[in-house]
Design a protein around this ligand. Sequence first.
Ligand SMILES: [Zn+2]
Length: 232
Amino acid sequence: MKLTILGCHSATPRDNARPTAQVLEMKGHLFLIDCGEGTQMALRKNSIKFSRIKHIFISHLHGDHVYGLIGLISTFCLLSRESELTIYGPKGIKELILLQLKLAKVYTSYDLRFRESVENIPQVLLEDDSLTVTTIPLEHRVFTQGFLFQEKPGDKRLDIVACEEYGIDHAYYRKIKQGHDFTLDNGEVISNEELTINDGTSKSYAFCSDTVYKEDMVPQITRVTALYHEST
Ligand SMILES: [Zn+2]
């Protein structure tokens, strides 16, 4: 997991600070989270390949979190992007972007999809074999959601010493890595925990932008590997 903060300054861009935007690299994905003004320049500066961004998550429709989005979408057109792009955000984001494209008579060369949130309850936006992305309901002057990115636990790591002590045949190693217990010839069941090493490699990241203090979000963000939150 690698997080690049492209901007974290609220409301207005400065010489040395940009509005909110981040890139999260997780399990081969490159997620863009919020897209304030100047995001494209910050992406360039950090040598982040535009074409690797296939999912963009927008927390809310205040300008310092979204005014860079139309520019980026237009640049994708100029770069003749072909791969699909999905934008997750509050209801209204589709209208915001499509109106600007329509008035400028810009047509995307790629499939541009929107997934708008209406209800502010935790919902899974994206799930594949390696991770899930869930919304975190926040409270702000307009509809605002955070995002929880969670790696799924992969195969466990074998405790070779323990496996050999129990005389377990290599043929069963795969099953044990997948989390199965093992039954000895005498019927005794050896729990999976005894045969594997928990190295806690599944990472998680919670992005919580503008919000008032909100205690009911605590269960969702407890134990995350990294938490980003606003402080104004
Ligand atoms: Zn805001």
